[in-house]
Each structure stands twice: as structure tokens, then as C-alpha cells.
Design a protein around this ligand. Structure first.
Ligand code: ZN
Length: 287
């Protein structure tokens, strides 16, 4: 895959030392289908392998950063959009075994891979970030949000514990994480900054320029210092048990998928669909 073959994203070089990857499905609120995830992964690889690139920005076209995973893409199979990249297998096996493997690859595996890229990454965020949308923002090192940005993970309504990259307690603190999950309500950009989940909040019209300026400032520092600073902070979190906890939550996530399959014949509780849709439109939990 090259930058020219991307259809769901764009790969840009706004300056000599900065790469910008842009989600480019604004008509779908940047919902992530499998094709987009593999293109994103390829774009991150391009940026990592180019020694001229020192900082990577992840941005999005349109009014909303990402509405999460594209649930209409459930028929896509791992391998349809390129070879598996995270070392997992068994994707075509029947039952929860195959489904667990699928989500190990395209959700948990990708998030963990992107979280550990050896260069600083900045999420440039506007509008709504829902469930799987957080799985693009939270693996990034820094988050710059516009004033209208809001963050939610309403998928408890689907009968699961949360989205597949379960770092909620680290991002928000344990009480706010529970409130977000239990109520499904969104956290605003301003609240996110108070909680330490968002680095900076800026007016919408200044978002792109502010983020690029921050990236350029970071890019002036030596790559070795940046790489080891990132590793040191990431490993501090791992020493606190982050990776073990994330995997434990992922396992429970798949108990929930299997539970829903037995009760409802599908991996999520279909009753949650109306709840999540209404909440995404800002109508509250039942309206
Ligand atoms: Zn899942």
C-alpha cells in the first residue's frame, strides 16, 4: 500500500518533519470499516519508516472525528484488505474462537501497535468521538481538541463492558470511567482537559494550525530523546499493570460477546442500537 492508493484516509506531509494522516469518510462520520483500519495501519507504517518524519498527526475530515466502528462492515474478513499484521491467527474458525481472533487483530492488536509507535503522535480532534473513535484517539500520545469535541463510550447498552481497548480508567480516572461507561454520556473537551485526557482545547477554526504548530515544536527536539521519553512514560503505565488490565478487560469483552450470541444470536444486544443512536444524536438515554 502506498499513500496514493489510500481511499478511506489521506496521507499528507504538511511540513518536512510532520506527517498528517486524515480520516476521509466524513459522509459516514468517519466510521471505521476494516479497509480504513488497514489503510490507517499502513499509513502509520509509512510515517514510522520515513526517517524525515518526526511527529505524526492523526486528524479527520468533516464535523466529527469518528462515530466508531462501522457496524455495517461485519461481513469483512481479516485478509480482505491485506495480510494480518499483529501475529494472531484463526480468523475463519467458527464461534467465539474466530471472533476473539478477529478482534485481537483489528482492534486490540492495532491499538496496541499504534500506541507503541516509536515517534510522538498527536490526535487532532473535533466533534463527536464515539466508542471505537476513542480507539484512535487514546493510542495517541497527545490530544488536541476543539471546543466542540466530546467523547463517549455508550456500548454498555450493547451488553458489553466497553470498547476493545480498555484504558478508560487510565485516561479518565476510575470514577469518571465508571460514569462514562454506566451512563453512556459524553465527556466534553473542557472536562477532558481537567481530567488530563485532553492536552489542549482550542477554537474549532484554530485546531489544525495549533496542532501543526505543536507538532513542529516537538519535531525540533532530537528523535532519540523523544523516542525514549515516550517509552519511559508508556513503560511507567505498563509497570502499573496497564497491559495486563487491558487484556483482562478484552477477555471479559469476549465473554460478553459470547453471552449475547447465545441470548440474541449476535455479538451485541440489539436493544442497545436505539439507545446508542439516540445518544449519538444528543437526545438522552431513552428519547
Ligand atoms: Zn467487540
Amino acid at each position: 500500500m502506498t499513500a496514493q492508493t489510500f481511499t478511506e484516509i489521506r496521507y499528507e506531509r504538511p511540513t518536512e518533519r510532520v506527517a498528517r494522516i486524515v480520516l476521509a469518510r466524513p459522509d459516514k462520520r468517519n466510521a471505521q470499516d476494516m479497509k480504513m483500519l488497514y489503510q490507517l495501519n499502513a499509513a502509520f507504517d509509512l510515517a514510522v519508516q520515513d526517517d524525515a518524519v518526526r511527529v505524526i498527526i492523526l486528524a479527520a475530515d468533516g464535523p466529527h472525528f469518528s462515530s466508531g466502528h462501522d457496524l455495517s462492515d461485519a461481513g469483512s474478513k481479516v485478509g480482505d484488505h491485506g495480510p494480518p499484521v499483529t501475529g494472531h491467527g484463526g480468523f475463519a474458525l467458527p464461534g467465539p474462537e474466530g471472533y476473539f481472533s478477529r478482534e485481537e487483530e483489528i482492534y486490540l492488536g492495532f491499538c496496541w501497535r499504534w500506541r507503541n509507535l516509536p515517534k510522538p503522535t498527536i490526535a487532532q480532534v473535533q466533534g463527536k468521538v464515539i466508542a471505537g473513535g476513542l480507539m484512535l484517539v487514546w493510542p495517541c500520545d497527545l490530544v488536541v481538541a476543539s471546543e466542540d469535541a466530546e467523547f463517549s463510550d455508550p456500548v454498555v447498552a450493547f451488553g458489553v463492558n466497553g470498547h476493545e481497548f480498555f484504558v478508560h480508567a487510565w485516561e479518565l480516572g476510575h470514577r469518571k470511567a465508571k460514569e462514562m461507561l454506566f451512563t453512556g454520556e459524553a465527556i466534553t473537551a473542557a472536562e477532558g482537559k481537567v481530567l488530563g485526557m485532553v492536552n489542549q482545547v482550542v477554537p474549532r477554526e484554530e485546531l489544525e494550525a495549533y496542532t501543526l504548530e505543536m507538532a513542529e515544536k516537538i519535531a525540533q527536539r532530537p528523535t532519540v530523546g523523544l523516542k525514549f521519553a515516550k517509552l519511559s512514560v508508556n513503560q511507567s503505565l505498563e509497570a502499573q499493570g496497564l497491559w495486563t488490565a487491558v487484556q483482562s478487560a478484552f477477555n471479559l469483552h469476549h465473554v460478553a460477546h459470547a453471552h449475547n450470541w447465545v441470548l440474541h444470536g449476535q455479538v451485541i444486544d440489539p436493544a442497545g442500537m436505539a439507545v446508542v443512536r439516540n445518544q449519538a444524536r444528543g437526545k438522552g438515554p431513552t428519547g
